[in-house]
Design a protein around this ligand. Structure first.
Ligand code: SF4
Ligand code: FES
Length: 269
């Protein structure tokens, strides 16, 4: 099996692609293939990983032009119909190298973040955006003697968002992030919404206001790439649509300018 891998080292005039051949057996992940290539063919090949089990979020990269976790992507079956993901276009999805999708796996770094080396990007902006929504629980008072009790339905609603592993795949899949450096991105907004709907928060109604800006909730164009690529089933587009709807209801009268809609009706999760 062939892997066409993006290569870049600081100081290079331009990036290039190297083609490696290694065995691709059923059950092998793209991360395992990259590790084999690094161990046996090119020790300089750089990529991030840690848990190898879709938990740490370190190994997000562009695989066959879809942001995915390398540890969760099997080398065989990437082109199976059930694994195809159709995304709204943005510049990084343009194919800029010779690539035969029938015989090669194309591996590139996550888009929209500064490139450090090969498949490693600088995640600082992604985490700065996350920090900007204050991703911290502020409990209402008085605190209960033991734990807060929650209804099962409220737990179910929160769980979808707490599953985020901060991999950045949604950030790399978002056409708005490709051109708007002020847009916090799907994961940060989904995290803000997660605290907004938490019934244990002391003032959930005010948290949603933190992103009530043109570059916040209202910058989303509902391409829904984020929800389609998320490896953990988090639905950022759903959160953004709900938040916008709530903000519209809060406004004392009709909006004086078009602040966008609440998203397509088929964002079901
Ligand atoms: S929402 Fe999904 S894709 Fe985005 S950072 Fe979290 S786990 Fe990754
Ligand atoms: S190595 Fe941890 S998510 Fe892939």
């Amino acid at each position: 099996m062939k892997f066409r891998v993006f290569r870049y080292t600081q100081g290079d005039d331009a990036p290039h692609y190297d083609v490696f051949e290694t065995c691709g057996v059923p059950g092998m992940s793209v991360l395992a293939a990259l590790t084999t290539i690094q161990e046996q063919q090119d020790p300089g090949l750089s990529f991030r990983s840690s848990c190898r089990g879709a938990v740490c979020g370190a190994c997000a990269m562009l695989i066959n032009k879809v942001p995915r976790l390398a540890c969760r992507s099997q080398v065989t079956g990437l082109t199976d119909k059930k694994n195809l993901v159709h995304l709204s276009p943005y510049p990084a999805l343009e194919v800029t190298t010779l690539w035969d999708p029938a015989t090669e796996v194309l591996v590139e770094p996550l888009p929209h973040l500064p490139l450090l080396k090969d498949l490693v990007v600088d995640m600082t902006a992604f985490f700065d955006f996350l920090q900007s929504v204050d991703p911290v629980f502020h409990p209402r008072e008085p605190l209960p003697g033991k734990e807060f009790h929650m209804e099962p339905d409220a737990v179910r609603k929160l769980e979808r968002f707490t599953n985020c592993v901060l991999c950045g795949a949604c950030f790399g899949a978002c056409p708005v992030n490709s051109r708007n450096p002020k847009y916090p991105g799907p994961a940060a907004l989904a995290t803000l919404y997660r605290f907004h709907i938490d019934p244990r928060e002391h003032d959930p109604g005010s948290r949603i206001l933190a992103a009530d800006t043109e570059s916040g909730w209202w910058a989303c164009e509902f391409h829904t790439n984020c929800t389609r690529v998320c490896p953990k089933g988090v639905p950022p587009a759903f959160a953004i649509g709900r938040a916008r709807n709530e903000l519209k209801q809060k406004r004392p009268g009709p909006p004086t300018r078009d602040l966008g809609d609440d998203g397509p009706s088929d964002i079901s999760r």
